[in-house]
Write a protein that binds this ligand. Structure first.
Ligand code: SF4
Length: 406
């Protein structure tokens, strides 16, 4: 089986009450005994992931989650852990057993719809009882697709797999591109990769490797250089590069070296388009920087925790640049990790990192959550390009003109 990077897998969360048969259902779909199955309610105490090749769709990950009706202090913590899975899943299967659709199911269906997560209702254990007519009507009225399944007789399992493939959002079925649509075969692309204190020892970071691979997939030619060697590199080339892609932090110096008639952008903007589908919302958020006032709070959001460096991008550089650019007294909070703060409303703007550790669904959910709460969101790379006065230039390869942003 092809091992896909985390960000390329379709994430499918199985939700439901304790003992509704979520674990058995995963076993029935993948045809293996991986999830622990027991008649004892609450056997799954932490979300468990299982990778599977769901053909013809491709690699998927099923998350088996603890019951939504779990009780007690630990139970509440487990329900919280289950809810966190919603922040990264592409689709959800709500598993309903012979108890039918009750308050617990209605509440979670409402939450799934608010979060814009495509959901299939799976009426499980039909060998014990057929679903109630009123529950079927409920799904029809609210346009939730549903499937009836028995993990004992395997009835409905194939239909469920087909329904999953049908329900997966179309953008996930299409091959997502990083740069293939920006370059032609045979063209030359120069990648500018600073090797400074923030660069990991002995390797390139994931976005750089992915962009490099994407250039090779496009049958184009990649030249990798540091910003200190860029001028020499450009002078030594016998053909003009079609595109230069730089680390955002070097955009100031790189934009001065690269001739105006050579297209220029940043790894961060390429990844932002890849992770969030389009750049529109992040660009709208960018405009908010000019509206910040004394006393406003800005959230610097990083999707993973790393040891802070002396001149850390999130903790030091971006706040410093925004303060200098606006001349306002703004408060910054830095939030690191797989979660997103719950009290988003107190922020006038969220500036998000490149999200290389998040899958596209996680990043999209964060954008949706910000939009739902009326909080503008943008990202590091766009902010840096704006502050260096080159946002229009770095957007040009995507044929986006954002006049008036500066
Ligand atoms: S997830 Fe964000 S903070 Fe973590 S390495 Fe990637 S860009 Fe940096």
């Amino acid at each position: 089986m092809r091992r896909a990077p985390k960000g390329e897998r379709v994430i499918i969360a199985l939700l439901g009450r304790r003992n509704s048969g979520k674990s058995s259902l995963i076993n029935a779909i993948v045809g293996q005994e991986i999830a622990i199955v027991s008649e004892v309610p609450g056997t799954t105490t932490d979300p468990v992931d299982k990778h599977y090749e769901l053909l013809p769709l491709g690699p998927v990950t099923f998350y088996d989650t603890p019951g939504l009706d779990d009780v007690g202090y630990l139970g509440e913590l487990r329900v919280k852990a289950t809810k966190k899975i919603l922040a990264k899943c592409d689709i959800a299967l709500l598993v309903v057993d012979e108890r039918g659709i009750g308050e617990c199911e209605v509440n979670i269906l409402q939450e799934l719809r608010e979060k814009n997560i495509p959901t299939i209702v799976v009426f499980n254990k039909i060998d014990i009882a057929v679903p109630d007519e009123k529950d079927i009507e409920f799904c029809k009225n609210l346009t939730f697709p549903y499937v009836m399944v028995s993990t004992v007789s395997k009835e409905g399992v194939l239909e469920l797999k087909e329904k999953i493939i049908e329900t997966v959002p179309s953008f996930l079925k299409e091959e997502q591109v990083l740069v293939q649509d920006l370059i032609n075969p045979g063209e030359l692309v120069v990648l500018v990769v600073p090797i400074d204190l923030s660069a990991p020892k002995g390797r390139l970071i994931l976005p750089q490797v992915q962009v490099l691979r994407s250039i090779l997939d496009a049958n184009a030619i990649a030249v990798v250089t540091k910003e200190s060697e860029l001028e020499k590199t450009l002078n030594s080339l016998s053909i003009k590069p079609s595109l230069v892609i730089t680390d955002s932090q070097a955009i100031g110096i790189v934009s001065r070296i690269v001739p105006e008639d050579v297209r220029l952008t940043t790894f961060s903007i390429i990844m932002a388009r890849y992770k969030s589908g389009n750049l529109d919302t992040l660009l709208e958020g960018l405009e908010t920087i000019n509206d910040l006032k004394d006393g406003d709070r800005v959230l610097i959001s990083e999707a993973c925790s790393h040891h802070p460096l002396e001149d850390d991008i999130g903790k030091v550089k971006i706040p410093g640049w925004i303060l200098k650019h606006t001349g306002k007294r703004i408060h910054f909070d830095v939030y690191q990790g797989g979660d997103f703060p719950e009290d988003l409303e107190k922020y006038k703007l969220v500036v998000h990192c490149g999200a290389c550790m998040l899958n596209p669904a996680e990043m999209k959910h964060r954008i949706i959550e910000c939009r739902r709460r009326g909080v503008p969101i943008t990202n590091y790379g766009m902010t840096i390009s704006k502050i260096h006065g080159v946002i229009d230039r770095v957007l040009r390869p995507f044929k986006i003109e954002k006049k008036g942003v500066l």
